[in-house]
Design a protein around this ligand. Structure first.
Ligand SMILES: CC(=O)SCCNC(=O)CCNC(=O)[C@H](O)C(C)(C)COP(=O)(O)OP(=O)(O)OC[C@H]1O[C@@H](n2cnc3c(N)ncnc32)[C@H](O)[C@@H]1OP(=O)(O)O
Ligand SMILES: CC(=O)CC(=O)O
Length: 319
């Protein structure tokens, strides 16, 4: 398959990144980071989640954060919620660009920890979410399969299990006469490898031939960028990523307690640029945003290009 020429990258850092850092980062700093990311040309930024503040205190001030951001036209500022209470809290904040997203899990154990229900109950509940969103006039175009490759509690997830989940999603789509335009495979805890990425993207395409397949990759075990490349080679043109490689789910059972960040936005943009793939993102401006994230967090972050610099400093290099 030929490489897609234009790649769409959605930024997850303000939500994914800060959900796993210690609580207490100021609204002003986090709003400033969101603004810097928008300035760099990220078309969609996940700002915060509306989850149980007892479980994730880092996100307790999501409404205030959304309100503090000086928004830039054309950028979508999104949020995440996992239950009705969270959705209602998000609806009450007009600054949130609401999108109806469905979440399916292959791993029952992870679903129980993260979402408080079995994977089967969660899948069943997605039917009710379609109705909830319809009642609020929020279109449902997007679905995620979490732990689409593996899970620290259940181990490697067989393709057959992913197939079951995709088949269920496809039947929900038919039952409710909706169209999932974007179907994301999420490697929640870094179990994917380049081969499984190409095989599972292909599998997802068989169930959703008209949808764009997206990838939400974590670089827990160092295969993140190789997995992204495998995605590109399989024709994927839609990625979630996180500035400076921040991120990770606090409920995913990391063996050593460390953050297991998403693939790094500026490293992905750098790779795309060098491969001649268009992202619409200003890399130098994004590197500055990553350095801002590092100053806010107060320790060296995992991104590579933010430390090495891009190749802009070498103007005579022939390509
Ligand atoms: C892969 C990823 O990175 S996903 C993002 C990372 N993961 C998460 O953020 C998961 C966080 N988990 C949660 O928010 C929760 O466990 C949920 C939403 C899944 C389920 O919530 P539970 O805590 O089991 O809800 P439950 O219905 O038992 O409510 C317990 C209390 O929390 C409150 N609560 C529950 N959800 C929310 C919410 N979204 N916002 C505010 N308060 C909430 C309830 O009102 C209740 O309060 P009370 O005791 O004063 O009555
Ligand atoms: C929504 C997510 O955060 C997805 C994941 O990491 O599995």
């Amino acid at each position: 398959m030929s490489l897609p020429m234009r790649i769409e990258i959605h930024e997850e850092g303000p939500r994914e990144g800060f959900q796993i850092e210690k609580p207490g980062f100021s609204i002003a700093d986090r709003a400033g980071l969101v603004e810097a990311l928008a300035q760099a040309g990220l078309p969609q930024i996940q700002v915060a989640s509306f989850v149980n503040p007892v479980k994730v205190p880092q996100m307790a001030d999501a409404p205030e954060l959304f309100r503090a951001i000086r928004k830039q036209p054309g950028v979508r500022y999104t949020g995440l919620w996992l239950n009705e209470k969270g959705f209602e809290r998000a609806v009450a904040v007009p600054e949130v660009d609401l999108e109806g997203v469905l979440y399916f899990y292959t791993s029952d154990a992870f679903c129980r920890l993260n979402n408080g229900v079995s994977a089967q109950a969660q899948a069943q509940d997605q039917r009710r979410w379609v109705e909830r969103y319809a009642a609020r006039g929020v279109p449902v175009r997007k679905a995620y399969v979490l732990t689409a490759f593996g899970c620290n509690f259940e181990g490697a997830i067989p393709q057959e299990r992913l197939k079951e989940v995709l088949a269920d999603m496809a039947s929900l789509q038919d039952e409710h006469r909706i169209r999932l335009d974007e179907v994301y495979l999420a490697d929640t805890v870094g179990w994917a490898n380049p081969r499984s990425v190409s095989e599972r993207v292909e599998l997802a395409r068989r169930f959703f031939p008209h949808a764009r397949i997206g990838l939400h990759l974590h670089d827990t075990r160092g295969t993140g960028m190789a997995n992204a490349l495998a995605g590109l080679q399989a024709g994927v043109d839609l990625f979630d990523a996180s500035v400076a490689g921040l991120g990770g789910c606090p409920f995913s059972g990391h063996a050593h307690g460390g953050a297991a960040g998403n693939i790094c936005t500026e490293d992905l943009v750098f790779m795309c640029n060098e491969m001649g793939l268009e992202t619409g993102i200003d890399l130098e401006c994004l590197i500055e945003a990553a350095r801002l994230a590092e100053r806010i967090i107060g320790r060296r972050l995992d991104g590579r290009v933010m430390h090495s610099g891009s190749l802009k400093a070498f103007p005579t290099r022939s390509r």
